[in-house]
Design a protein around this ligand. Structure first.
Ligand code: FE2
Length: 340
């Protein structure tokens, strides 16, 4: 008798425990994005779905190493990296599983997705050419032209350890072949105005200080200098021109914030709900525009600040997955030409 009562009590307690688990639906996100503007996005997701978002932020490599170390016990449901190039490491580490394609592949173009649905793009950043309008009459119109001897001693670009440059070179390997890509990298090294140093904002600052005539940087670092007072940049910004590269060819190189489902996701339904949400209108508009990025889903509007750089042809012919596939070869080329 006692045993029966005890068993019923245990059963009742388990039910309460289970229902409280069901009520507290949550999704655990490992993210290498670090923008406060993402908070509002996750709050909206929670409002719409009742699912709480727990975020752990860190550098992509650290998050991937953590996922690997945690293995089957990992609490991670979703991984977000600021550059799809990092997703190859997650893929190689075996910490991803395919997402459900129904919604996502309807909206995100094929060239912005992994061929086996291990990750997909949510927002894009363009890596473009900036120049000083007084000192440069004839700026390079393509990435390839940056290596032209005409620009000797004029170019500023950050180091080869930077993933944006790794993806750019990987895209050039894909477009022009490895031999041409190596010749290009050597040409850039020969044209440098100074040893690679600092972040993208520092390359733009170099234009204002006069150290650099031409700089390669992601577009939103430039746009940010309109929105906020960026020391050493905003005051001189009107003298900086920009070129959307390769507009009569393959188009401008964009790198991609990508999202994926973690292999051992303990909350796969909630993870899928978040991934689906990220490709919806609300998320696409906010995810992109809040940080002056470009949406991954075609047809989503831009706000006027983000649209400031005008229309451009993006490179839609080079699959983003090739940035990952060519990453190792890109590193070998950087080493061979001694691009610091
Ligand atoms: Fe960035």
């Amino acid at each position: 008798m006692l045993t029966t009562i005890t068993a019923r009590l245990i059963a009742a307690t388990s039910l309460i425990a289970l229902s409280s688990v069901a009520m507290a639906a949550e999704v655990n996100v490992y993210s290498s994005r670090h923008y406060d503007s993402d908070d509002a996005l996750y709050e909206e997701f929670t409002k719409e779905t009742g699912i709480t978002v727990n975020r752990i932020e860190g550098k992509a490599d650290e998050l991937i190493a953590r996922l690997e170390a945690e293995g089957e016990n990992s609490p991670a449901d979703v991984l977000i990296t600021v550059d799809a190039g990092r997703m190859v490491r997650a893929e190689e580490a075996g910490v991803l599983q395919p997402y459900k394609t129904d919604e996502i592949n309807k909206f995100v173009p094929e060239y912005l997705r992994h061929p086996d649905n291990l990750w997909f793009g949510v927002s894009q950043r363009a890596r473009i050419i900036f120049y000083d309008k007084d000192r440069v009459e004839n700026p390079p119109r393509t990435y390839e032209a940056l290596a032209d001897p005409e620009y000797k001693g004029q170019i500023c670009i950050r180091s080869s350890s930077n993933v944006y440059n790794q993806s750019l070179l990987a895209s050039i390997i894909e477009a022009d072949g490895a031999d041409e890509a190596k010749t290009w990298a050597q040409g850039i090294v020969d044209n440098l105005a100074r040893a690679p140093q600092g972040g993208d904002t520092d390359q733009l600052r170099g234009l204002v200080s006069g150290e650099c005539d031409i700089a390669v940087a992601n577009h939103y670092y430039f746009l940010r200098a309109y929105d906020e007072d960026v020391e050493g940049l905003s005051a001189g910004i009107d003298n900086i021109g920009w070129v959307w590269p390769n507009q009569s060819g393959r188009g401008a190189h964009l790198n991609l914030t990508a999202a994926a489902m973690a292999k051992s996701s303990p909350n796969p339904e909630e993870a899928q709900a978040l991934l689906d949400f990220l490709t919806g209108d609300y998320a696409q508009y906010h995810f992109a525009n809040q940080n002056n990025e470009y949406p991954a889903v075609p047809g989503v509007g831009l706000d006027k600040d983000t649209a400031r750089l005008g229309f451009f042809v993006p490179d839609t012919t080079t699959p983003t997955a090739s940035f990952s596939a060519n990453a190792k070869q890109a590193q070998e080329i950087f080493n061979a030409v001694n691009w610091q």
